[in-house]
Design a protein around this ligand. Structure first.
Ligand SMILES: O=P(O)(O)OC[C@H]1O[C@H](OP(=O)(O)OP(=O)(O)O)[C@H](O)[C@@H]1O
Ligand SMILES: O=c1cc[nH]c(=O)[nH]1
Ligand SMILES: [Mg+2]
Length: 211
C-alpha cells in the first residue's frame, strides 16, 4: 500500500478551517468539496489514458483521453457523499457506485447496509471516497468488496487519516494495489476511535446532525 500526504498551502489552509469547531455545516460542506478537488488532482495522477489523434484548427496532433472503461468512483455513504461532487468535477465521465457502511459507535465494528455497484468490476480502476480513515475497518471492508468483484487498482481519497488506520490497511491489504491520498496523517485515535486532533464526526458536521 502506498500513502501520499498532499503537502500544499491551500490544502493546509482549507483543512484548518474544516477542523475548527466553529465552522458551520454549509461552510464545512463547501470546504470538503474544495479539498476533494485539490486532493483528486494528485490522486488522478495515474488515471488510465490512451493516445488519440486529433486535428487542431491548424494541424494534426496526438493527445490523450481517459481509457475505457472509465474510472469508477465509490463514495462510502454517508460522509463520503460530501466528497462526490468535488471528485466528479475533475472526472465528469466517471461511473459512480455506492457503498453504505456504518461503524458501531461502541464496538467500532463496521456493517454494510447498501451496495449499488456493477457486479463485474474486472480490471476496473476505482476511486474510493471517505473523509475519515480512523481504525481502517471501514476501508478494509470496502476495498475487499471491490477486489472480490475484480477491481485491480484502488485509490482512496480521504481528508484525514490516523496512523492506526494506515497501519491496518498496510497489514490487511499488503498484496493489493492500493494507494491512499490524504490531506494529513494525524497523531492518533482516542479511546472512542476518533481521530486526534481530527475534525470530529465528519457525517454529523456535513449534515448538521451533531448533538
Ligand atoms: O476507519 P473507521 O474506524 O472504520 O472509521 C471511519 C468511518 O467512520 C465514519 O463513518 P460513520 O460510521 O460515522 O458513518 P456515517 O458516514 O454515516 O456518519 C467515516 O465516514 C468513515 O466511513
Ligand atoms: O474522527 C473520526 C473517526 C471516524 N469517523 C469520523 O467521522 N471521525
Ligand atoms: Mg459518522
Amino acid at each position: 500500500m502506498r500513502i501520499q500526504v498532499v503537502d500544499h498551502p491551500l490544502v493546509a489552509h482549507k483543512l484548518t478551517t474544516l477542523r475548527d469547531e466553529r465552522t458551520d455545516s454549509p461552510t464545512f460542506r463547501r470546504l470538503a468539496d474544495e479539498l476533494v478537488t485539490l486532493l483528486a488532482y494528485e490522486a488522478t495522477r495515474e488515471v488510465r489514458t490512451e493516445e488519440v489523434s486529433i486535428t487542431t484548427p491548424v494541424a494534426p496532433t496526438k493527445g490523450v483521453r481517459l481509457s475505457h472503461p472509465r474510472p469508477l468512483v465509490v463514495p462510502i455513504i454517508r460522509a463520503g457523499l460530501g466528497m462526490l461532487d468535488g471528485m466528479v468535477r475533475l472526472l465528469p465521465t466517471a461511473e459512480v457506485g455506492f457503498l453504505g457502511m456504518v461503524r458501531d459507535e461502541d464496538t467500532l465494528e463496521v456493517s454494510t447496509y447498501a451496495t449499488r455497484m456493477p457486479e463485474d468490476l474486472s480490471g476496473r480502476q476505482v476511486y474510493v471516497l471517505d473523509p475519515m480513515l480512523a481504525t481502517g475497518g471501514t476501508l478494509v471492508a470496502a476495498i475487499r468488496v471491490l477486489v472480490e468483484r475484480g477491481v485491480d487498482d484502488v485509490t482512496v481519497i480521504c481528508l484525514l487519516a490516523a496512523p492506526e488506520g494506515v497501519a491496518l490497511l498496510e497489514n490487511e491489504l499488503a498484496d493489493l494495489p492500493v494507494r491512499v491520498v490524504t490531506a494529513s496523517v494525524d497523531e492518533r485515535l482516542n479511546e472512542h476511535g476518533f481521530i486526534i486532533p481530527g475534525l470530529g464526526d465528519a457525517g454529523d458536521r456535513l449534515y448538521g446532525t451533531a448533538g
